[in-house]
Ligand binder design. Structure first.
Ligand code: ITT
Length: 198
């Protein structure tokens, strides 16, 4: 069985990616399984750029194929922030709840009624010596001040996918994995991967 290394330390991402790639003849590993502390500098100004940096850094260091995910939440009333800064919004050292509460505080300050938002995900796949391939996914929705749900991770408790009344944190993983930004990007990766193997 082939091993696919995913260049992430985010446990929420690892769970969703493993589930999405289950049934494939692949052993999925993440940076959480390695002792190797690789320094990855995420200084690109797009999701795709950062996903490529993560995948390329790890693939070059370990000389294996690597998948990476860069993702985040864009809030219209905040001019698209936090976007690529989603993991660090409000500063280091905040947990997920403190971070989404910080976002809600920023949103209150704008005094705009616009609650439109979207999750974005770029998945990059890099093989040693090959050019990176990138797949994108988006999930449109709105922000709610009534945070609820205890599944998922990150900003899920304050995000309501378009056409629903539940937050993403009220979805079980299978359901989130059918509609999410990450699921869409991974589905495109799976198509690419399958086509290459046949
Ligand atoms: P790695 O770089 O190790 O993969 P990270 O969490 O730092 O982990 P990113 O730089 O891509 O990853 O930041 C993504 C952030 O966007 C993540 O920490 C969450 O705050 C948010 N996010 C992304 N996808 C999400 C999802 O499906 N649900 C909720 N929040 C999400």
């Amino acid at each position: 069985m082939k091993t696919l290394l995913v260049a992430t330390k985010n446990r929420g991402k690892v769970k969703e990616i493993c589930k999405k790639l289950a049934g494939f003849d692949l052993e999925v590993r993440s940076l959480l399984d390695l002792d190797n502390a690789l320094a990855i500098v995420e200084d690109a100004d797009t999701f795709a750029g950062n996903a490529i940096k993560k995948a390329r850094t790890v693939s070059d260091a370990l000389e294996v194929p690597v998948l990476a995910d860069d993702s985040g939440l864009e809030v219209d009333a905040l001019g698209g922030r936090p976007g690529i800064y989603s993991a660090r919004f409000g500063g280091d050292g905040l947990d997920d709840e403190a971070r989404y509460l910080y976002l809600l505080e920023q949103l209150k300050k704008t005094e705009r009624g616009d609650l439109g938002a979207r999750f974005r995900c770029a998945v990059a796949y890099v093989e040693p010596g090959a050019r990176p391939v990138v797949f994108d996914g988006t999930l449109e929705g709105t922000i709610t001040f009534d945070a609820r749900g205890d599944r998922g991770f990150g900003y899920d408790p304050i995000f309501i996918p378009r056409g629903d009344v539940r937050t993403l944190a009220e979805y079980d993983m299978e359901e989130k994995n059918r509609i999410s930004h990450r699921a869409k990007a991974l589905a495109a990766f799976v198509d690419f991967f399958k086509a290459r193997q046949s």
